[in-house]
Structure formats: structure tokens, C-alpha cells
Design a protein around this ligand. Structure first.
Ligand SMILES: C[S@@+](CC[C@H](N)C(=O)[O-])C[C@H]1O[C@@H](n2cnc3c(N)ncnc32)[C@H](O)[C@@H]1O
Ligand SMILES: [Zn+2]
Length: 273
């Protein structure tokens, strides 16, 4: 069983008929009708509805479903195919999976015929949306600060623009398991930033690696997209710098004619030694 109790860390077992998960200490967690499990106890929440709001999740889904980040999904899947090829039914966890776009794409694109796909996010609305669209994957509501899975369960952890905890990453991965991180490269969304900052600078934003991990491959995925007005607004909302945009800058981004925007991702693959 992959899950452990978020309250007492003992293994969670499915009750029969499969309606809930239970631990030896009688803690119960219902399986929602969409198939996901909420393993975020109220006492571990810092706010009533933590994580991205429903509006942010919808904007992200519309933008992603239009295919703008499909080359990234393909690059992620290629790495999975290449590095997990010899492993029967490898387990993969998308940490901070949002509404589950990458998990769905991996299932569609993978050459590896049998993957055990998992996704976790702190936002319940996002997990509900993810579970509704992909019944073959396993989604839970939980924080990446405490991920309620047993030690060494996963072959690969995927971290796409999401918060994470080094100790938890280390605990969840098998020895020789992989951490695949996606971060923005220096030119990412350059043309949006030009509207927002007086002096746009190229930042290199490689995520630091947890101790005991070794980088084994890195790759850039760069191309240009031309989103329409509505999609540009959704894209802006997905960025960490949206809050810096003045009303004037937001309006200018929306009104710009045929604005081509550079996409620049860095994929870093590390192995746990
Ligand atoms: C920038 S979004 C990235 C979503 C998705 N990986 C993507 O690229 O489309 C960050 C996600 O992390 C989630 N999140 C924020 N804090 C979290 C936490 N402590 N644990 C798990 N997820 C968290 C948010 O709800 C949101 O879905
Ligand atoms: Zn328990």
C-alpha cells in the first residue's frame, strides 16, 4: 500500500467495499466518489482552502489544454521512457500536480505501457478536477511538506513549479530513484516581463538539489507561443510575477497584437544515491 496515515504514520489499508482508508489506530479517510483521497487533516491546514484557487486552477487548465506546454510534457515523458524503461510498472508522483495536466499527458504519450501514476496537491479543487479527468491515476489532497506515502515507494518524483521538502523527497524515493525538476530558464515569458518590469533581467533559476542527490542530466526546452488575449491573461495569472503587474501593464498585455512569447524551461534530472 502506498499511503500512510497523516496522523500517526502507520500504513493505511483500504476497507472493503473500498470506501475509505483506515490505519491500525482507527483513523478513517473517505475515498471521494471521484476516486481521490483527502489526506490533509484540518489541523495540518494553515488556511481554509490552501493552495491555488478554483479560478487559478481553471485558468491553468484552459491554458494547458490548449497545448502551449505540450512540448514540455513530451520532454518529461521522454525522460520517463528513457530512465524507467527497464522497471516494471514504475511509480511516479507529480508533487503539486494542480489539475493533473502532466499526469494525463504522461499517460497519453508514454511508450512505457505500464506506469503507476500518482499526484498530490494541497488544493482540493485541483485534485477533484484531476481525479475526474483521469481515473487511472491516484490523486490525494496533501501538502508536499508531509507527503503521506510509505518510505521508498516511488521510482520518480516530478516537481513542476511546485513547493517541495527535501527530507520528504529523500524519504519517498527508492535508492537510485529520480527527481525530475522543471524550472523557468532565463528567457521564460520574457515578453510578458517586459510589460511589467522597468528593467527586465535574465535570471537563472535552477532549483537547489536535496543533499545526497546527484545531477545526471539537464535539458532546455525553448520555443515561442502566440496565445490569444484570453489565454495571455490566463498565462499571466499562472506566473509568480502576476501580482507585480499594474492595471496598466495588464491591460497592455491583453491588448497587444499577436504577441509572441518565449517559453524557456530547464529540466534537471537527479538521482538519489
Ligand atoms: C504554480 S502551480 C503548478 C501546478 C502544476 N505543477 C503545473 O505546472 O501546472 C503550484 C501548485 O502547487 C500547489 N501547492 C502550493 N503549496 C503546496 C503545498 N504545500 N503542497 C502541495 N501543493 C502545493 C498549488 O495548489 C498549485 O496547484
Ligand atoms: Zn492513524
Amino acid at each position: 500500500m502506498p499511503y500512510i496515515c497523516p496522523l500517526c504514520q502507520t500504513p493505511l489499508l483500504q476497507s472493503l467495499p473500498a470506501q475509505s482508508y483506515e490505519c491500525a489506530n482507527n483513523h478513517h479517510f473517505d475515498i471521494a466518489k471521484e476516486g481521490y483521497v483527502n489526506l490533509l487533516p484540518a489541523q495540518h491546514k494553515k488556511s481554509k482552502e490552501p493552495g491555488d484557487s478554483k479560478e487559478m486552477m481553471r485558468a491553468r487548465r484552459n491554458f494547458l489544454e490548449a497545448g502551449f506546454y505540450q512540448p514540455l510534457a513530451q520532454a518529461i515523458t521522454n525522460i520517463i521512457d528513457q530512465y524507467l524503461a527497464g522497471i516494471p510498472k514504475p511509480s511516479i508522483l507529480d508533487m503539486g500536480c494542480g489539475e493533473g495536466y502532466y499526469s494525463r499527458q504522461i499517460e497519453i504519450l508514454a511508450q512505457h505501457g505500464s506506469l503507476d501514476l500518482h499526484g498530490l496537491d494541497i488544493a482540493k479543487n485541483a485534485i477533484l478536477a484531476a481525479a475526474k479527468k483521469q481515473s487511472t491515476a491516484h490523486f490525494i489532497v496533501a501538502s508536499s511538506e508531509r507527503m503521506p506515502y510509505s518510505d521508498g515507494f516511488f521510482n520518480l518524483l516530478l516537481r513542476v513549479y511546485a513547493p517541495s521538502n527535501d527530507n520528504e523527497i529523500k524519504r519517498l524515493l527508492k535508492t537510485k530513484g529520480y527527481l525530475l525538476t522543471v524550472t523557468p530558464g532565463p528567457r521564460h515569458l520574457w515578453q510578458l516581463k517586459e510589460f511589467i518590469y522597468q528593467d527586465t533581467k535574465e535570471h537563472d533559476t535552477q532549483a537547489p538539489l536535496p543533499e545526497g542527490f546527484e545531477n545526471i542530466a539537464s535539458q532546455k526546452v525553448s520555443y515561442t507561443i502566440t496565445p490569444d488575449q484570453e489565454q495571455r491573461m490566463a498565462l499571466l495569472q499562472m506566473t509568480p510575477f502576476a501580482w507585480r503587474a499594474t492595471e496598466q501593464a495588464t491591460h497592455a498585455i491583453q491588448q497587444a497584437k499577436n504577441l509572441a512569447v518565449e517559453i524557456d524551461f530547464i529540466l534537471t534530472l537527479a538521482v538519489k544515491n
